[in-house]
Design a protein around this ligand. Structure first.
Ligand code: DC
Length: 224
């Protein structure tokens, strides 16, 4: 079995990370969550009081901070200036700041080169917005995940509540999802795009297992 990559792109909360994680486990391959990398840049900006839309200030900050990806027992950890910030990546404030900061081209250049470096010598499944279009245009497998915004908002709300966060209503979660969809797909630098050769997966149509089985059915026998 040779080295290959599976690219999974799609909008916020579409279920791509659940799918990617499940696939990694099933196939015994590595998983890289590229959104976590932009979220780490966002955490850096929040901690340093830098406006994630202020290109000048973010550029200076990016030159000063050190962002690393570490895998501990196969699980991804995000390290910011030596501190493990993995537990701080999923707040609503970080989500919005990540969407803002990821629109800046120099932030993307830095993260994309790190992503290519990580994925080049091992079989990986990666999820994000620009994996098939920019990060790994030669990936062997490319998938594009879709799901209605209301279904995504419902799932995201359940996730927040399960984590003990009752700070947001359904309408607020939906508003944030629409904000990020709009921004992630309309920005000039590597917007969320569906490459023509990608296989579309509608996660609203299947349960988690069904989605995983659908993706697996598109892999060559030698890669399963
Ligand atoms: O997948 P996520 O919600 O954790 O991503 C957080 C933000 O980072 C999201 O608003 C879009 C951005 N992102 C990106 O621009 N490119 C990627 N490859 C992954 C995420």
């Amino acid at each position: 079995m040779g080295i290959y990559q599976i690219a999974i792109d799609g909008p916020s909360g579409s279920g791509k990370s659940t799918l990617a994680k499940g696939i990694a486990k099933e196939l015994g391959i590595m998983y890289l969550d590229t959104g976590a990398m932009y979220r780490t840049c966002a955490v850096a900006s929040i901690r340093k009081g830098v406006d994630p839309k202020d290109a000048e200030a973010v550029k200076k900050m990016m030159d000063e901070v050190k962002i690393e990806v570490k895998f501990v027992d196969g699980v991804q950890h995000m390290i910011l200036d030596g501190e493990d910030v993995t537990g701080d990546l999923r707040t609503p404030q970080t989500s919005i700041a990540a969407s803002d900061i990821s629109a800046l081209p120099f932030v993307r250049t830095a993260m994309v080169s790190l992503q290519r470096e990580i994925a080049k010598n091992q079989t990986f499944v990666l999820d994000g917005r620009d994996i098939a279009s920019v990060v790994l245009p030669d990936a062997k497998y490319k998938f594009f995940v879709v799901c209605a915004p209301e279904v995504r908002a419902e799932r995201r709300l359940a996730e927040l509540q399960a984590a003990g966060d009752n700070s947001q209503t359904f309408e607020e979660v939906l508003r944030d999802i629409n904000y990020r969809d709009e921004q992630d797909s309309k920005r000039a630098a590597s917007p969320l795009i569906q490459v023509p050769e990608a296989v579309v997966i509608d996660t609203g149509k299947y349960d988690i297992e069904g989605t995983r089985a659908f993706l697996l059915s598109h892999l060559d026998e030698e890669d399963k």
